[in-house]
Design a protein around this ligand. Structure first.
Ligand code: AMP
Length: 373
């Protein structure tokens, strides 16, 4: 997976495991080559970020060596706080030793400078610095860094030991914060079958100049035109079952991609399962977009069955006329779809709206939420 969500932010993969491995190997090789044949260096990893790099680095270092770790406060949140604390953890006698600092990343250089000064005041033989990543655009110090794995632009990265507020250290690859501001307003219009999503979406798309995607409508269009997708989906729809996720997700992506210039989308009938919701989040994140909110029309089930049977008189939908199929659609909704309320609630993105009343009244209620999103 090339996109990761940590807390509230999305990150895109910058470097894969293989690329990292080859950088680490070449660093270890260079360091070894530049040392006298019998030198036993003491590598000092700067915790926490360097633990993965240090472990891989010394595995690649072909020669005798020692390793120790020191700890400093580094980051809180997204940017360097600048207040470096004291160094803890060195118990070795450093007299006459070659000390090689292992850093995961050097940006402003403030942390590194402080560590360097502490080591310099001891009577060591030589002090060198190895950093896996380096941000040349923000480096503010004169201090020479002996070995740099890779210079990167000034964007926040996570993974391979580096974190964002505690998360992301265990990722084996490196991910970069996606920084482009979202441009679209994307709304999931949610509710059980017959709640009035289709009717309201038609009105709201005009009002807010959004593209309305109803997965049910797209399926019905395909069934009518006897496309491959239509033939595949028909048996599920006729029974009131959900169409398999993979088919539905691919179809939805294609519909979104047809409308690259849209101001945003009203998703009607999608997502209907948790894996669809996750796929939608990831798909939008790849475009630096997101779901602004899930707006749910809340209507009691008894009222819904009556509404659907009434609609069935004119809709031409076989799944609207047979009460057992309608009940099955509710069953699918209650077992697979209703949980999405929790999914969006956990993101702070759930908005419930009373779906009982006249069409105008409900449009009004929905608009109040749309305006806020
Ligand atoms: P609707 O018009 O939204 O009530 O959808 C009609 C039927 O299309 C549903 O009962 C499902 O069989 C199928 N369908 C629509 N959207 C989805 C979806 N997101 N996932 C799976 N099946 C869907």
């Amino acid at each position: 997976m090339r996109i990761k969500k940590l807390h509230d932010l999305y990150f895109k993969q910058l470097l894969g495991q293989e690329e990292i491995t080859s950088i680490v190997k070449s660093l270890a090789k260079q360091v070894k080559k530049d040392l006298p044949q019998d030198e036993v260096p003491l590598f000092v990893g700067i915790l926490n970020g360097c633990f993965m790099f240090a472990a891989d680095f010394i595995r690649e270092y072909k020669g005798d060596c020692e390793i120790s770790f020191v700890k400093l406060a580094s980051y809180e949140g997204e940017s360097s706080t600048g207040d470096v604390k004291r160094l803890i953890g060195i118990n070795e006698d450093l007299t006459g030793r070659t000390v090689i600092i292992l850093e995961d990343i050097i940006d402003t250089g403030t942390t590194l400078h402080e560590i360097y000064e502490i080591f310099r005041s001891t009577s060591i033989k030589e002090l060198k610095i190895v950093s896996l990543f380096f941000k040349p655009d923000v480096y503010r110090k004169e201090l020479h860094i002996n070995y740099i794995g890779k210079s990167i632009e000034d964007k926040f990265i996570v993974g391979y030991g580096l974190d964002y507020d505690g998360l992301g250290r265990n990722l084996p690859a490196i991910y970069q914060l996606t920084t482009t501001q979202p441009k679209m307003k994307n709304i999931v219009l949610f509710g059980p079958p017959g709640a009035g999503k289709g009717t309201q979406a038609e009105l709201l798309k005009e009002k807010y100049q959004l593209v309305h995607i109803s997965t049910g409508d797209v399926f019905r269009f395909n069934i009518k035109n006897e496309t491959e997708l239509g033939v595949l989906a028909k048996k599920f729809i006729d029974a009131g079952d959900l169409v398999p996720d993979e088919v539905t997700i691919n179809m939805l992506k294609a519909e979104v991609n047809k409308n690259e210039d849209a101001n945003g989308f009203i998703f009607d009938g999608f997502p209907r399962t948790e894996s669809q919701a996750k796929a939608l989040d990831e798909f939008l994140a790849e475009k630096n977009e997101r779901i602004n909110g899930m707006v749910a029309l809340e209507v009691p089930e008894d009222l819904l069955v009556a509404r659907i049977l009434e609609r069935g008189k004119t809709s031409g939908r076989s799944d609207d006329t047979d009460e057992s199929k309608i009940r099955n659609r509710f069953n699918e909704y209650n077992t697979k779809t209703a949980v999405l309320k929790d999914f969006y609630e956990a993101q702070g993105n759930f908005y419930g709206v009373d779906g009982v009343g006249s069409i105008d009244e409900i449009t009004q209620r929905l608009s109040e939420v749309f305006d806020k999103l």
